[in-house]
Design a protein around this ligand. Structure first.
Ligand code: CTP
Ligand code: MG
Length: 239
């Protein structure tokens, strides 16, 4: 197997969500971001990365907007039909590449809704997660953390010392991630990221600090912020 210094990895891109919180007629992955579909922006930043071998995108069953991109930045792009939850969409994509990505090989998973991920963070994640046996980009919590009661009154202030916000990409061995997701589904537990499934399976994923600008576009305001971040990056020559 190639050493981590030169290894290339497939990336799963869940893009089968409905964007309920975004609320426009168009699902957010097809919202326009600087003249292109948000989803294409995300695929481009991933495909441009030299350590990424190809992309497998999970699309909603009734997605009529996918234009059939078979290649982005010369990298192959495959599609699968997603599931009714993010973790099921990821699982479908992971099993779809059975024929040519070994179970021991590391794969990345990156939300379609995070178009602002930086190449240098992807590079660091790959280096560190491969060495650690699995990991994820994350950002330390900066705000003071409050716990509330049912009336939304503060009961305690939690220590934020050991608290991180999970971002994507996340990176695990394909077979281990499939087994962990299947076990979570069998137990009826809705895991909201890959790390949560791996934690349940007894793994201790490594947190790799990434830029806060790797936002997940959830609302219209987030789309404006993403546009600003990408424009500023382009102006700095850091496309
Ligand atoms: N996703 C998916 N399959 C699902 C649900 C979500 O592939 N059944 C994807 C989304 O397309 C998105 C990523 O998972 O790229 C993160 O999900 P989220 O930000 O929650 O997107 P949506 O589920 O589309 O938005 P909302 O929760 O507001 O409906
Ligand atoms: Mg969602």
């Amino acid at each position: 197997m190639a050493s981590s210094a030169e290894s290339r990895h497939w990336c799963v891109v869940p893009a089968a969500g409905r964007g309920a919180r975004f609320g426009a007629g168009t699902p957010k992955q097809y919202a326009e971001l600087g003249g292109k579909a948000l989803l294409l922006r995300t695929l481009e930043v991933l495909a441009r990365h030299p350590r990424i071998a190809g992309l497998v995108v999970a699309l909603a069953q009734d997605d009529r907007r996918w234009p059939g991109w078979a290649q982005v930045e010369t990298k192959p792009v495959l599609t699968v039909v997603g599931g009714d939850t993010r973790s099921r969409s990821v699982l479908h994509a992971l099993t779809a590449i059975d024929g040519f990505v070994g179970r021991d090989e590391f794969v990345l998973v990156h939300d379609a809704a995070r178009p602002c991920v930086r190449a240098e963070d992807i590079s660091r994640l790959i280096e560190e997660a491969v060495r650690a046996g699995g990991g994820l980009l994350a950002a330390p919590l900066r705000d003071t953390l409050k716990r509330a009661n049912a009336e939304r009154m503060v009961t305690t202030t939690e220590s934020r010392d050991a608290c991180w916000r999970a971002l994507t990409p996340q990176m695990f061995r394909r077979g281990e991630l499939i087994a962990a997701l299947e076990a979570a589904h069998a137990a009826g537990i809705e895991v909201t990221d890959e790390s949560m499934a791996m934690e349940r399976a007894g793994c201790r994923p490594l947190l790799v600090e990434g830029a806060e600008s790797n936002i997940k576009v959830t609302t219209r305001d987030d789309l404006d912020l993403a546009e600003y971040l990408l424009r500023r990056r382009a102006a700095e020559g850091r496309v």
